[in-house]
Design a protein around this ligand. Structure first.
Ligand code: 5AD
Ligand code: SF4
Ligand code: FES
Length: 362
């Protein structure tokens, strides 16, 4: 038995085990993937849940160095869907039995925005019979705001930590209060206190990032007892400050492979959480999301943003689906998931089993 096989037979994974798994060669990594698929089948089943993704607005007050819609990028055309457009997209998700919705925006924090989201949640609730599981992804807000939205019917919240290494975090963000690592961690804790199913994630293949950093990211996510994870490869965007480091990046294919390994290892570490197959995987490999599903992911996010706006929500280059219509993504993903051998959990919200287990433990 070689080293990787030995690690995969163990009960838990230590830091050094994770580092070795992240470095596994082509043969070895297939063993990792097979093990992750086995764990997925046993603990969450071979089912993939949809979250209809509404990219509601690309207006953002922040200036993260990696992101294409950062406030300082004046080449981005800014848009903001109307409430009716959002509700119509939500109805599409409901009519098509997606059972869950994810609403994403750039980060805006003011009273008008808070109120707008509360009203929207109320409208969606009443127009879809309260049957949709709603995820919000709207950045750092006060605990009071998180609470208000939770009371209006949002049950999950995604806030990626991006990197759990403070020094690396500081290289990716401006050095000011709006981009503070501790504040972000505090927001994740607040989300937990309020009662959300809490999601986070990191980018993989960032400049200056080491394999050790990635291993620590996984252990941090485990220690935070997170319910859902979305993590994908970093893809450089030409209109961002981080672009100047493009020559020090791993080749795309290697970033892709690292991202798959991260998903697989996380599935082994945290058996009952929900893991998304992120769209960024597909920006690199045409079969990216299917590959993610094969190695442990159980959530995908079909884009249901009205076509008009899709091209403007460009966090990174090469984003897929920008020219497609809402139904295209549905049909496309249906075919893709069928190829993986999993089934789609139509009509099921697919809440995080980890959350249920966490709550029952008190
Ligand atoms: N490459 C990959 N992911 C990115 N994100 C932002 N910019 C990029 C990029 N250039 C991710 C971040 C953020 C999420 C909305 O998109 O992780 O949290
Ligand atoms: Fe804004 Fe999020 Fe992009 Fe940062 S990553 S600039 S908060 S949209
Ligand atoms: Fe959007 Fe394939 S998922 S076109």
């Amino acid at each position: 038995m070689n080293v990787i096989e030995g690690i995969l037979q163990k009960d838990g994974l230590a830091r050094q085990d994770i580092i070795l798994l992240l470095q596994a060669n082509a043969d070895e990594r297939n063993k990792l993937y097979a093990k992750a698929a086995e764990v997925k089948e046993k603990y969450v089943g071979r089912k993939v849940y949809f979250r209809g993704l509404i990219e509601m607005s690309n207006i953002c007050s922040k200036n993260c160095f990696y992101c294409g819609i950062r406030a300082g990028n004046f080449n981005t055309h800014r848009y903001n869907l109307s409430d009716d457009e959002v509700v119509e997209a939500a109805r599409y998700a409901w009519d098509n039995k997606y059972a869950s919705l994810a609403i994403q925006t750039g980060e805006v924090s003011n009273r008008a925005f808070t109120e707008r989201i509360s009203n929207l949640l109320n409208r969606i609730h009443s127009e879809t019979n309260g049957e949709l599981g709603i995820t919000l992804s709207m950045g750092e807000q006060t605990e009071e705001t998180y609470k208000k939205w939770f009371e209006c019917g949002a049950s999950r919240y995604l806030l990626r930590i991006e990197s759990t290494n403070r020094d690396l975090y500081a290289k990716l963000h401006p050095n000011n209060k709006a981009h503070d690592f501790d504040k972000r961690v505090e927001c994740l804790n607040a989300l937990k206190r309020v009662g959300y199913q809490v999601g986070t994630g990191v980018m993989i293949g960032l400049p200056f990032q080491t394999i050790e950093n990635l291993a620590d990211d996984l252990l941090w996510i485990q220690k935070m007892d997170i319910d859902m994870v979305g993590m994908g490869p970093y893809i450089e965007h030409p209109d961002t400050p981080l672009y100047k480091f493009k020559d020090m990046l791993l080749p795309m294919e290697e970033r892709f492979n690292l991202a798959l390994k991260m998903i697989a290892i996380l599935r082994i570490l945290m058996k009952d959480i929900n893991i998304a197959a992120p769209t960024a995987l597909q920006a690199i490999d045409k079969l990216g999301r299917e590959k993610g599903i094969k190695v442990g992911a159980n959530v995908v996010m079909p884009n249901i943003t009205p076509g008009l706006y899709r091209n403007d929500y460009k966090l990174y280059d090469n984003k897929p689906c920008v020219d497609d219509a809402v139904d295209d993504c549905k049909n496309c993903l249906e075919a893709r998931i069928q190829l993986t051998g999993d089934t789609i959990g139509y009509g099921e919200q697919g809440n995080s089993k980890h959350y249920a287990n966490r709550m029952s433990k008190g």
